[in-house]
Design a protein around this ligand. Sequence first.
Ligand SMILES: O=CCCC(=O)O
Length: 516
Amino acid sequence: MLLPRTLRNAPIARSLRAFSTSTMVLSQRFTLNDPSLLLSTGWINDAAARSGAGRTPFEVQDPATGEVWTRVESMDATDTDAAIQAATDAFPAYAALPARTRARLLLEFDRLVRENKEDLATLVVMEAGKTLAEARAEVDYAATYSWIMAGEAERIQGEVLKANENPSLRFFTIKQPIGPVGLLCPWNFPVAIALRKIATALAAGCTVVIKPSPETPTTALALALLAQRAGFPKGVVNVVTVSSETTPEVGQKMCEDKRLKKISFTGSTNVGKLLAAQSASSLKKLTLELGGNGSFIVFEDADLEQAADALVANKFRNAGQVCTCANRIFVQASVIDRFAELVKTRIAKLNTGHGLDSGVTTGALTTERSAERVVGLVADALENGGTLHTGGKRVGTGFLFEPTLITGASRDARVYKEEIFGPICSLYAFESEEEVVALANATDMGLTNYVFSQNIGRAWRCYEKLESGTVAINTAIANAAESPFGGIKESGSGKEGGLGYGVDEFLIVKSAAMTV
Ligand SMILES: O=CCCC(=O)O
């Protein structure tokens, strides 16, 4: 790989520094092929950072058991200031690298992510509670972004325009990296969403300050270390690890600090609104991937077996903690009983447990808070007329919850109105296409909707009329790196991934005029 001379030898020396940092592994449940990937402090200027205030590290729990398995240093607004300065200092030189150099660095980063797939997947299981199969799939999915963004780095181009009413005037545009950026990452896809944001920013020529969730700091740190080993220059990738106590001050600092030119956030709509308010003082550009309350619509002319397979795959993936998970499941009245039976049969084959144990198909909710919330949602659905067909209870000592099927809950139930973010399927009957489109659109959210029908005209009409960033037709898969992903209404603004869309979020367009 042809890198500038200053970049070529740097990774080895810097990696040695990383190895010398102490990590705390408190679990016998797993081993890593490369134990140096597990870091316990934040990451600033290509070195493990120690918080100056000497605070007690925060605990990271294994969601399947509730046990603490590692501790990570809790950083605050002062540490964030240092991380922002590192990204600011590194920006001019990084932004000036040729696009092909950035592409090569990204390809090496991509190779290292794939090479370390097993370790990254193991960390995902331990911090997020997924099954190993889901965690491996997440790393594969993550790497589709590092791969595609390497190509995107080379495709950033401007245009030449002729002024139609003035033949002697020409206009040009160039696209330039927006500057150092803040990436606020969620716990439900700690590798995929982080890498999607990191790779896109790096492709554009931006330097980054990453704030992972308190639940899932170790994978973000491992990604930073791999970025360093790939040869990204010092200060280009920085990570501020936060406890739940320091999260608010660090988020606010990142939004208000004028050195960061953009925030990309994935998380809840409420937090997205708060970050938007905090970013107002610096009029920071925002990409917000927020909550959903998507519909999964099954018409009587659908292939019901296919729809049931898709629903179970969609709804119980990551224990239902996916922003694109179906929330309100509308089934045409003539087939709802049969469909419920098909879903129940499939749920009976699921096995909830620790993600590293064999035979487990459904992992844990990531936090105690989520598990308790899901308990409350089921109780509320039953109080609002719902019938419980299967599931409905917590199991084990951690945050495991049985895959659950409810029918007949009213539209007053919280499972209808709120984003469930847990393993609950709640089915509602509808009569006509017009009715179900109106019901699906009667929400402030607009992320993803699903339509199952063999009638191509009907599927197309729904695609056009449903108010969401994405409509998936006869499939449970709503997203891929090639497709622009992002919500409308209160599900957010801006796009991630896609050809040109995601990277444009990290670029400014500068125009020029010239007389010829
Ligand atoms: O939670 C949201 C994940 C969305 C996706 O990347 O498919």
